[in-house]
Write a protein that binds this ligand. Sequence first.
Ligand code: A3T
Length: 147
Amino acid sequence: MRMLLIHSDYLEYEVKDKALKNPEPISDEQKKGRLDEVLAVFISVEKVDETNPDEVVEKAVKEIEDVASQVKAERIFVYPFAHLSSELAKPDVALEVLRKIEEKLKERGFEVKRAPFGYYKAFKLSCKGHPLAELSRTIVPEEAVSK
Ligand SMILES: C[C@@H](O)[C@H](N)C(=O)N[C@H]1[C@@H](O)[C@H](n2cnc3c(N)ncnc32)O[C@@H]1CO
């Protein structure tokens, strides 16, 4: 998994078109979204993550929580982003991983939004620009490391 974490004044998106044959079903309300004072987390779920999705979810949540506490962000925007890797996981695995990350962050008390999966989306982002405002993380399941 590849993550790009941007501490932002706001992130807003608008769904434009389907990018997959069967994108995640969404309500009209989910076609647009915005959070202010947010840690935006752009995530590419990778093929290697398919060997142990649950472990990757746990590691990703820990990394996100760690950065959020450093930048004092209480809101997280989980944003599916297929452009951080050339070895993408299958959509059904990727969506499940992203849903679980969203769920676990909510359990830990964050206000969380997740941008819809499987769409082309317009988005606006205002990066805060401080030294920890732009970070990236790479996460792999343990067995993938030991191979
Ligand atoms: C396109 C661009 O504007 C938009 N931002 C986009 O990336 N859309 C992606 C993700 O929402 C999702 N998607 C599919 N596979 C994956 C994956 N392995 N990891 C994350 N997302 C995925 O499916 C879309 C097409 O790849």
